[in-house]
Design a protein around this ligand. Structure first.
Ligand SMILES: [Zn+2]
Length: 268
């Protein structure tokens, strides 16, 4: 039978639940790893953003622990976020892989029949009409976009995180998972509202000079690349003033080429 495809993110407790769900639903599935989620600030922030964006489907076990997890999740996300709670029937039993049954002797999500789980989704109105989040970046994409492997990559990731309400300091792998889950478009991650202050600007192509002894570098307004007198940094670029000053904005050659039409830059 065809899988149910949805852009909602599904929360389950453990990896076996996730494996089970993957055979029924084509969607992003996040595990809480029991209660571990509650000590993982990155994951909690991610879930909050996902809830705001796509809505969550929560399918934890129908026991006391599953109930606690549902309530905690509800507390993490805003009141106006959509959470669809699916409740698996309480069936007494034990999964074959386990030595003994759970505390309350009930089957977990992983032990419930696929048809039963499928009907929970259908009853909640989650059918195949939905779609999975469109972006699917790989590690290579991140590298090519300068978002991993470079000296400035973690700063760039932080900028994107800040813009998208994610915590700073994510590792490249955590970041990759987050952008794919949230459907964050990275094709032009450099555009972050610069039109507010750079539209139609006149630019001077000048050598970088520090404007004071205690401010020895600048960053490209788009990609964040550094300008300084250090060998590894850029030494020339497009600047909004004739000579470097406290309020000057700098743009590197690459970003100038990429955005000169969009921003209607003029060289003077
Ligand atoms: Zn740049």
């Amino acid at each position: 039978m065809e899988k149910i495809k949805t852009d909602k993110v599904i929360i389950v407790e453990g990896k076996y639940d996730k494996i089970k769900l993957s055979s029924i639903v084509d969607a992003h599935i996040i595990t809480t790893d029991g209660f571990a989620l509650f000590n993982n600030t990155e994951k909690r922030a991610l879930i909050r953003r996902l809830a705001e964006r796509n809505g969550l489907v929560v399918l934890t076990d129908s026991d006391g622990a599953g109930f606690v997890i549902r309530n905690k999740l509800k507390g993490y996300v805003g009141n106006d976020c959509e959470i669809i709670n699916l409740y698996a029937p309480q069936i007494v039993g034990k999964e074959a892989r386990k030595n003994k049954a759970s505390k309350q002797g009930l089957l977990g999500v992983e032990g419930i029949e696929a048809e039963t789980i499928r009907s929970l989704f259908e009853k909640a109105g989650i059918t195949s009409d939905g779609k999975k989040s469109a972006v699917n970046y790989t590690k290579t994409d991140l590298y090519n976009l300068g978002l991993s492997g470079g000296s400035d990559s973690s700063n760039k990731r932080d900028e994107i995180c800040e813009k998208n309400g994610l915590p700073k300091g994510m590792s490249a792998n955590a970041f990759l998972a987050a952008v794919n889950l949230l459907g964050i478009e990275l094709s032009d991650w450099r555009l972050m509202g610069q039109e507010k202050y750079l539209m139609n600007k006149e630019l001077h192509y000048i050598d970088f000079t520090p404007y004071s002894d205690n401010w020895n570098h600048e960053h490209c307004e788009f990609c964040g690349v550094r300008f300084s007198l250090n060998e590894s940094d850029k030494h020339k670029g497009y600047c909004t003033s004739k000579e470097n000053s406290k309020d000057a904005h700098w743009i590197c050659e690459k970003c100038f080429e990429d955005f000169k039409d969009t921003f209607n830059f003029k060289i003077v």
